[in-house]
Design a protein around this ligand. Structure first.
Ligand code: BG6
Ligand code: GLC
Ligand code: GLC
Length: 867
């Protein structure tokens, strides 16, 4: 199996492992009427069924069906004859069972080894089981059937899907506790199919989800691997068959062969004088004179002896009294071996499933079908016992197929229809998240206009706040500094030692409980000072008054480096009595309340500015700072002459754009979806930070959660079952997006993550959740890229340059942890700002280091002024 899955063809694998293009097990909610044509399952007959799927298990509608015996000359004739015969049967059936004026959708159950290349494309590899029609091997059987239907010309029938009988059996299995993921047939021939991880199937270009693989295990042993198990009777049977050397495993198990094996053994025993007084008869020596039904009758514990006599008499043999028991023994031995071999093969499948799913105990349902199960009294129990012995760690339930698999074929046809419908709904839902280049150019242009208005002090959703940082570091800064970093995922206190050519940082993370972040301002700032005191004690700095830089990642109106009036809280903060106040004063007051400490607050710095400064220390081209974390924002070096609110015409000033608020004037409404609106409405600041709410870590998980709720309500996800957990706010963390979207293990992670949340999901669900995450994070990265493009283009134009080379210092958990975010941002910038060469530098030490550098520059300048 493994060799074939990996397409290792040397030596040729003994089983085929054929992908069936069935990618999901049924929901049980499929509905509709379907025509089913079965060819090749039981003997030389053909069945036509009319199956009605009602969508509920309670109301089953019995299918109408009709069986047609295929004349032997057709079984061994030309392919055209065979398919014309099939088309003729279809017409005859429809004439006899009028179904009204409706679309006729047909599922074709064709039980021979086929290379499928789609749900309705299947090339016969070779005939098995007594069929041998010319001109079919190597051809698409769906096309042959379509052609024949057209030649017939009476009905317009759409052949929607072709399936192997094993697949029909698995798909038609009545839903038990869990999905049925294995189909096993022991009919005229034998075979099994199961749900394999798609990434293990080399023939498929797909690393996501599961796919049903038809093993075609009938050919196992064609390479002689079972040599020691094969008897002289198996060799003789094979030699005389229509396909010598092929399907040698099937020939030890399939119903077409069991009677023949018994016949060969009986003839052998008679020839050796063990049976029938050493006499044979021409009938006993003729191929095909003992059939499966004879074997079954003779094995019957109650009436078996009488049947033995009748069967032998029909073969012109005169059995002696002692013969009956021996004959029964032979029948039992042949059938027991068949069931045991079948169990061994099934055990191989189950243990593969168990290993690939990494489960200690595998709970699995196996759908069984075929006349051997139906007629042989002990086959099922021997099989079960043997499987339990071989794979005791698997908890297997065997479930008999409904309508000989006909229902399953209808299911596949219906599933194909359902998947197409669901995919359509998914695409419709995600379409507004798929932004094209034109839309992004519009965002870039709007951002550009809002920047200009903001700088000029006109009404704009971009505040464009001066930061009083006039230069990036020049490397001459020295000294020891304290820094605070408030407003991201972590609150940190840092000791930053800036020496010649090196910056040493020691930091400590403290938590800010939500009740403090949303309590009173006094409590918040007292807590901050407590953390500083604790840090000083731990670092042996108590009593020293080091210059302090305060990274405060919220919008502040600055009037100088050490003055910042909080305009409004953003992200999850909402401490009372702070908005409109100078944050440096609030900190100084808290220091005053805690009389034991003295602190010298020199500068207040936005995290974007801290990040730019921090990266600027190593790269003089770094003139922009970008944060994509809990929130999102950017700053950049603007010409002072463009900044209306600050006096002076020469030189630069770093502007904190506060781009999170972009669109708060309604300008982004054409991009905003109903999911964005729900997230906004449920936030603590409705109507505010609309750009941030489409991009940053605090919100993406929530957007995804709202989409999932919507898709569930449409029945596209989780079988339409709304769960409490998915209705819980913030349950879907943005870090899940990063995990879910990472590399090829994605699907397993999707399942694990969602199962942790208490959701049960199919592979299809997992795939769709992944697509939802991708759409949401992709839009976020593209919007962010459009913003960066607007900024770098403005810098380029400010300077009147044809081409600009610029670096952007970046920080934030989403940017750093998400597997594709950063590359999508760069790609968007390359597209929208083709004349700028933009390098993104990830800040390693957070913006605390930048705050210290701003402080250092300020101290240096203060000293210079004094001198
Ligand atoms: C950190 C900075 O590295 O990045 C913080 O030091 C900043 O000041 C943060 O707020 C942004 O990322 P996040 O993901 O923590 O919000
Ligand atoms: C033969 C066919 C296979 C089928 C099985 C059971 O082995 O090759 O496709 O599933 O018989 O009918
Ligand atoms: C929010 C804040 C802003 C900060 C950003 C990133 O948007 O308002 O000041 O820079 O989050 O942390």
């Amino acid at each position: 199996m493994e060799q074939a899955l990996m397409e290792q063809n040397n030596p040729a694998p003994a089983v085929r492992m054929l992908p069936t293009y069935v990618g999901s097990t049924p929901h049980g909610t499929e509905q509709g009427d379907f025509l089913v044509l079965e060819l090749g399952a039981t003997g030389a007959s053909l069945r036509v069924l009319w199956v009605t799927l009602t969508g509920t298990e309670e109301h089953r509608v019995e299918p109408r069906s009709q069986e047609f015996v295929i004349p032997q000359e057709v079984v061994l004739g030309s392919g055209q004859q065979l398919f014309d015969f099939a088309a003729c049967c279809l017409s005859e059936f429809l004439d006899a069972h009028p179904v009204g004026n409706q679309d006729l959708k047909l599922g074709f159950s064709f039980s021979f080894p086929c290379h499928q290349t789609g749900l309705d494309k299947s090339t016969l590899i070779s005939w098995t089981k007594g069929f041998k029609c010319s001109g079919v091997e190597g051809h698409d059987v769906v096309q042959l059937l379509r052609d024949a239907i057209q030649r017939q010309g009476t009905y317009n029938i759409d052949v929607v899907a072709v399936v192997n009988d094993t697949v029909g059996t698995m798909m038609g299995c009545e839903l038990g506790a869990g999905p049925c993921e294995v189909g096993l047939i022991v009919d005229t021939g034998t075979n099994a199919c199961y749900m394999e991880e798609a990434r293990h199937v080399a023939a498929l270009d797909e690393d996501r989800g599961r796919t049903c693989v038809s093993i075609e295990w009938g050919s196992f042993n064609d390479d002689g691997a079972l040599g020691p198990v094969m008897t002289i009777f198996d060799h003789a049977l094979d030699y005389e068959s229509l396909n010598p050397g092929a399907q040698r495993f099937e020939k030890m198990i399939g119903g077409l062969y069991l009677g023949e094996l018994v016949r060969l053994v009986l003839a052998h025993l008679a020839q050796h004088g063990v049976l029938f007084g050493g006499c044979t008869s021409p009938a006993l020596l003729s191929r095909g004179s003992i059939l499966l039904e004879h074997v079954v009758e003779m094995e019957d514990p109650f009436t078996g002896a009488a049947h033995v006599h009748a069967v032998l008499q029909d073969l012109d043999l005169s059995p002696q009294a002692s013969d009956a028991e021996l004959v029964q023994h032979v029948c039992a031995a042949v059938c027991t071996r068949a069931a045991q071999l079948c169990a061994a093969a099934l055990a191989a499948v189950l243990s593969r499933l168990q290993h690939s799913r990494e489960q200690q105990t595998l709970q699995v349902a196996v759908a069984t079908g075929g006349q051997v199960f139906e007629v042989h009294p002990r086959f099922r129990s021997i099989l079960k016992e043997m499987v339990m012995l071989l794979v005791p760690e698997c908890d297997v339930s065997f479930i008999p197929a409904v309508d000989g698999g006909g229902q399953g074929v209808a299911m596949v046809t219906a599933v194909a229809a359902r998947l197409a419908a669901h995919r359509h709904l998914l695409e419709e839902t995600l379409a507004p998240f798929q932004l094209n280049c034109q839309q992004l150019i519009v965002v870039q242009a709007q951002m550009r206009e809002a920047m200009i208005r903001g700088l000029q002090g006109e009404a704009s959703s971009l505040r464009m706040l001066p930061t009083y940082v006039r230069a990036t570091p020049d490397g001459s800064e020295r000294g020891d500094f304290l820094a605070l970093d408030l407003g991201g995922t972590n609150f940190r206190v840092l000791l930053v030692r800036v020496a010649k050519g090196s910056v040493q940082i020691t930091n400590q993370v403290y938590s800010i409980p939500e009740c403090v972040a949303q309590g009173s301002g006094q409590e918040l700032f007292d807590h901050i000072v407590d953390c500083i005191v604790d840090f000083q004690q731990r670092q042996g700095l108590s009593g020293q008054s080091l210059p302090l830089g305060f990274t405060f990642s919220f919008p502040c109106k600055q009037l100088g480096l050490d003055q910042g009036i909080l305009l409004n809280w953003t992200k999850g903060f909402n401490a009372s009595g702070c908005e409109g106040q100078d944050v440096v004063c609030l900190l100084r007051e808290a220091i005053g309340r805690r009389q034991a400490v003295e602190l010298n607050v020199v500068a207040i710095v936005n995290d974007t500015v801290g990040t730019m400064m921090s990266c600027g220390y190593d790269d003089p081209h770094c003139e922009m700072g970008l944060i994509v974390g809990t929130g999102t924002n950017a700053c950049y070096m603007e010409e002072l002459r463009n900044v209306a609110s600050v006096a002076g015409d020469s030189g630069y000033m770093c502007i904190n754009m506060e781009w999170g608020a972009f669109g708060d004037d309604g300008s982004l409404s054409m991009l905003s979806t109903c999911f964005d609106a729900s997230v906004d409405q449920a936030s603590i600041n409705p109507g505010k930070q609309r750009f941030e709410k489409m991009i940053s870590g605090m919100y993406l998980g929530e957007i995804v959660r709202h989409i999932l709720l919507h898709l569930t309500s449409l029945g596209v996800l989780f079988q339409g079952q709304q769960t409490q957990c998915l209705q819980t706010r913030d349950i879907f963390k943005t870090k899940f997006l990063s995990e879910i979207e990472s590399d090829s293990l994605a699907l397993r992670q999707v399942r694990a993550i969602l199962e942790d949340l208490g959701l049960t999901l199919t592979s299809d669900d997992a795939l769709m959740v992944l697509e939802v995450c991708q759409a949401v994070s992709r839009r976020a990265a593209q919007l962010c890229g459009a913003g960066v493009a607007a900024v770098v283009e403005k810098i380029r134009e400010n300077r009147g340059l044809e081409e600009l080379t610029v670096s952007v210092g970046v920080d934030g958990t989403l940017y750093k942890l998400h597997p594709h975010f950063s590359s999508l941002v760069s790609a968007t910038v390359r597209k929208l700002a083709p004349h700028c060469t933009v390098t993104f530098l990830q800040s390693e030490d957070g913006s605390g280091k930048g705050a210290a550098l701003v402080t250092a520059v300020a101290c240096r300048l203060a000293q210079t002024t004094r001198v």
